[in-house]
Design a protein around this ligand. Sequence first.
Ligand code: PMP
Length: 305
Amino acid sequence: MSTPNRFAFFNGEIVPIEQARVSVMTNGLNYGTGCFEGIRAYWNAEEEQLLVFQLQAHMERLKRSCKILYMDIPYSVDELCQITLDLLRCEGFQEDTYIRPLVYKSDPAIAVQMNNLTDSFTLFALPFGQYIAGSAARVCVSSWRRIEDNVIPARAKPTGAYINTALAKTEALLNGYDEAIVLSADGQVSEASSANLFIVRNGTLITPPVTSDILEGITRQVVVELARTELSATVVERSIDRTELYLADEVFFCGTGVEVKPIIEIDRRPVGNGVIGPISARLVQHYSDIVRGRNARYRHWCTVV
Ligand code: PMP
C-alpha cells in the first residue's frame, strides 16, 4: 500500500518508509506491548513554515509512559525532539501533519511480559486533516467503560489500551454518532475515546480530575491555561455525573487529534441550545491561532521545523 510519507526513523536512522518493517512475530504486534504519542504540526502559510505544537511535552509524556511500562529507549527528550525535526525536514511537508513516535517490544518472542525484552523506537509522520469532520460533533455515551488505572495504566499511552478506544469509537460510528463519551468503571464521566472533555455550567469550566482514569492530556492543560488567562474563566477539576452532560450549557472535547471540538448533541439531547456555545467558540479560535504560531504570547509552544 502506498503512503503519503516517504521516510521513517527506524533502528536508529532515517530510512525509506518501505524499509521500516517488522516481523509478524513482533511481541508488540502480538500483545500490544508498546506505547506511543500523537503530535501535530501545523503549516503556517504566511511564514511558509511548519510548526510542531507542544513537541517537548509530548516527548516528556512518552518517557513517562515508558517508565510506567518498564520500557526504556536510549534517547533523551531533546534527542527525541531532534529526531522529529530531522524526519520532518526530510519529508518537507507543506501542510498540516501528524507525527507518531512509537516504542514497542520488538523481539520475535512468545513472552507476555515487559522485562527482558528489547525496546525499539520508531517515528513517522504523515499529512493529516481533521480527526472529526465539521465544526461540531454529535456523540453518545458509550456502553464500553474506560480502562481502569489498575487494569491498564490510563495515564500512559499503551498501544494495547487503544482496543478500548477502538471499541467505543466503532460502536459510536455504527450507531450514527461522531464520537463516544466513555464513563469510568464507577460510572463517572472520564473522557472521549481519544480526547479529554470539558463541560460548561454557568460560565464555569469543569473537567474530570487526573484520578478519573483519563489520559493526562496536553491539550487539556492548554485549555485550562487559555480559559484562565484569555477568558478569565474559572476552571474546576472534579468528577462529572453522566446526567450533567445532558444539562450542561456547553460541552467540548480537546486533544491533539480532535483539537478543540464543540459537542452539540449527546444521546439525542441537544447540548444547551444545540448550537456551538460562546466559550467553546472562543477556545476554538484561540487554539487555532496558537497552534499556527499566530499568537506571540504562546509562540514558545510551537517548534519551527
Ligand atoms: N485521551 C486519550 C485516550 C487520548 O488518546 C488522547 C489523545 N492523545 C487524549 C485524551 C488527548 O490528549 P492530548 O491532548 O495530549 O493529545
